[in-house]
Design a binder for this molecule. Structure first.
Ligand SMILES: Cc1ncc(C[n+]2csc(CCOP(=O)(O)OP(=O)(O)O)c2C)c(N)n1
Length: 683
């Protein structure tokens, strides 16, 4: 453990007495709140507490040093961030107690919330993803030409996560004005720093990223305040990331139930003498800036504020669940539209074009890839706050050339090549959205999204439901097999996301749908996973209106009407079904192209099955746990009385996607589907 000399040195002329006293007052407030919380914990009135006792100076000093309109992204020991920003204690305690008037309406615990009002973006439990979000907020400021700093915290343990590397790296190559404040308290839960990293001192890590680093005594409020104030002034003028190591110590257990047996008692003694409050108080007393009377007055005022806050928060009645509200608030409402819900669709048509059963007679015949490119271009023209990010998407135009020529029209600021940092870039997308921008993230191949799963399923998907923050991010996913690319460039992974509330999933099969749905995705404030089949990019053409138009997300399309059987499918499988229908002259089957998977157009599915009495679902994804299983269950539950045969489904073999053509064709479901469909027709 690094040791620091905690004696307070300062240049009196840099500080007014008022500032010195307000730093003191702000410093004792989180300590007093915590002491009260520990009492309540012992009384069984609260259930869990992560203590920041001993670490208050780094939270308080930073929040005091930054401007009120600069975002701070705190972690689980940064109570001081919230108190300095002036959050009313009743609201803060209501949040801790899971009450309706808390920031998350009882949906998430403790410090896991954000608030635009106080410019605080709280953590998710996964720790590291915070740092990518800070990158996005900072990028937003840069692009809007606002001279502002973003500060994000991590513990020393959290920096072992890949997100630390990715986020610092992105901030470095993009010169983002982010202060990465690392509170090095020597432990990550019970694991000492020596088992987290090998470098001699933490700040050495900055060398590898080519960024500036500073190591400070995190227990010395004046050193924290001074350092952050001057760094912030500097990086507002000359944007760049800074790694700031605040050496400190956690005086209690990781959380109250976990104890401190693993810590050498000598360390408590040593750090006890470096207590940030006691030291600063002694210093102010010696300097005759503070006296016992003022201390008592401050403490009495804060005590009163705490008692009043507790009374209000504890007095608030327990939440009576409103299921409709719980489901509705998973998604941000569409502008001028009612929010759609999973499973039960209520969605107005955004445009008269592309309604169920309606084809496009206008426009020019273009390929799927051109339609996507066209849609992206129109979205960029319409939304001046939209930023495109992806690997090789700038001058190179992306591996599929969808953004070819975009840099010329929109510039490199809005069409950004990214390092290979999927997680940080998805977090950046959320950060941009928090800062009033829109983002598109192109996965070079859908397979690589596994590198960014936490950001998508835990951060983007849950943000609105947790604290009302929309994640205005479109993730483009070049997907699918049939291109002899093997198990890591061919997967269909839409089902990974289908299970996650908060995401929308779109999967067009035709050029016009691709353009209209993509433009809808950019109008939609929710995170949209946009799947594009690589093998359809250049093989499918169709008439596409040249102007701006949208097709509503969540509306299926009946491609062919019939009364004998309903084929329910999407993506590449739509084309297989069409081919099989033509080959076997199956005039009386009904073919539904889902186009969107979430929300799912159950209305169209059920209406069709009630008419035909038979249903078969086809998808390119592997069978087990695929979307077909869910649709089959929905049909059985809702249309049982109308069924004349079991609901059937076909998908790819339950193996990884093979490379060699014969194996790949054997893997894909086309032939098996044809057989099954013909059997079902005879049933
Ligand atoms: C991805 C992930 N892995 C594990 C955990 C469990 N966990 C929560 S906090 C923590 C230790 C974090 O240590 P550090 O970042 O140093 O912060 P400190 O608690 O010391 O302030 C661990 C292991 C988690 N929340 N997220």
């Amino acid at each position: 453990m690094v040791t620091v000399d905690s004696s307070i040195k300062f240049d009196r002329k840099n500080y007014s007495e008022e500032l010195l006293l307000s730093l003191y007052r702000e410093l004792i407030k989180p300590r007093m709140i915590e002491e009260k919380m520990l009492v309540l914990l012992r009384q069984g009135k609260i259930t869990k507490w992560f203590s920041g006792i001993g670490q208050e100076a780094s939270s308080v000093g930073a929040a005091m040093a930054l401007d009120k309109d600069e975002y701070i992204l705190p972690m689980h020991r940064n109570l001081g961030t919230f108190t300095v920003r002036g959050i009313p204690l009743a609201k803060l305690f209501a949040q801790f107690q899971g009450k309706k008037s808390g920031f998350t309406k009882g949906r998430d615990r403790s410090f896991h919330f954000g608030t635009q009002e106080y410019k605080i973006v709280g953590m998710i439990s996964h720790l590291g993803p915070q740092m990518g979000v800070a990158d996005g907020i900072a990028l937003g400021h840069l692009l809007k030409k606002e001279k502002k700093v973003t500060l994000v915290y991590s513990g020393d343990g959290g920096t072992s996560e890949g997100d630390f590397h990715e986020s610092v790296n992105v901030a470095a190559v993009w010169d983002l004005p982010v202060i990465f404040a690392i509170e090095n308290n020597g432990y990550g839960l019970s694991t000492p720093s020596s088992e987290q990293f090998r470098c001699k001192q933490f700040i050495d890590k900055a060398i590898g990223y080519g960024i500036e680093a500073h190591q400070i005594d995190g227990n010395n409020i004046l050193e924290v305040y001074d350092t952050i104030k001057s760094l912030a002034e500097s990086i507002r003028k000359n944007p760049r990331p800074i790694l700031l190591e605040c050496i400190t110590f956690r005086m209690r257990g990781h959380e109250e139930a976990s104890g401190t047996k693993y810590v050498d008692p000598k360390l408590f003694e040593e750090w006890g003498s470096k207590d940030p409050i006691q030291n600063y108080e002694n210093f102010l007393l010696e300097e005759k800036i503070l006296n016992e009377k003022t201390i008592s007055e401050y403490k009495a005022e804060i005590k009163k504020e705490i008692e009043e806050g507790i009374e209000i928060a504890f007095g608030e009645k327990e939440i009576v669940p409103d299921t409709e509200e719980e489901i509705r608030e998973v998604y941000a409402a569409l502008p001028h539209l009612n929010p759609p819900q999973r499973g039960g669709l209520s969605h107005a048509t955004l445009s008269p074009l592309g309604r169920v059963g309606e084809g496009f007679r206008v426009g020019k015949s273009i390929r799927l890839i051109d339609a996507i490119s066209d849609g992206l271009r129109l979205a960029m023209r319409k939304h001046s706050n939209l930023v495109l990010m992806g690997q090789d998407i700038a001058e190179y135009g992306g591996v599929f050339k969808i953004t070819d020529g975009f840099v010329k029209e929109f510039g490199k600021e809005r069409v950004r090549n990214t390092p290979l940092c999927e997680s940080a870039i998805l977090g950046t997308g959320l950060g941009l959205s928090i800062n009033g921008m829109k983002a598109m993230v192109e996965m070079q191949f859908a397979d690589f999204v596994s590198e960014g799963m936490t950001q998508i399923v835990n951060n983007l998907a849950k943000a609105h439901w947790r604290w009302g923050q929309s994640a205005d991010v479109v993730v483009r996913m070049p997907t699918g097999a049939g291109v002899a690319a093997g198990p890591f460039h061919s997967q269909s992974n839409e089902a990974w996301f289908f299970h996650i509330p908060g995401l929308k999933i779109v999967y067009p099969a035709f050029p016009a749908d691709a353009k209209g749905l993509l433009l809808s995705a950019f109008e939609d404030p929710n995170p949209v996973m946009f799947f594009e089949h690589k093998a359809l990019y250049r093989s499918i053409t169709g008439n596409v209106p040249e102007d701006y138009f949208t097709i509503p997300i969540g509306k299926a399309k009946i491609l062919k009407e019939g009364n004998q059987v309903s084929i329910i499918t999407y993506g590449m499988s739509v084309h297989w079904a069409l081919e099989i229908i033509e080959k076997n002259k199956l005039d009386s089957v009904e073919l539904i192209d889902l186009r969107s998977l979430a929300p799912l157009d159950t209305e169209t599915i059920f209406e069709s099955v009630k008419k035909t009495g038979k249903a078969i679902i086809l998808h390119e994804d592997t069978l087990t746990g695929g979307i077909g299983g869910e649709i089959s269950a929905l049909i059985t539950e809702n249309c049982f009385d109308y069924l004349d045969a079991p609901v059937m489904r076909e998908g790819s073999l339950d193996t990884p996607v093979p490379f060699t053509e014969t194996l790949e064709q054997n893997f894909l479901p086309k032939e098996r589907f044809e057989k099954k469909l013909l059997e079902l027709l005879k049933y």
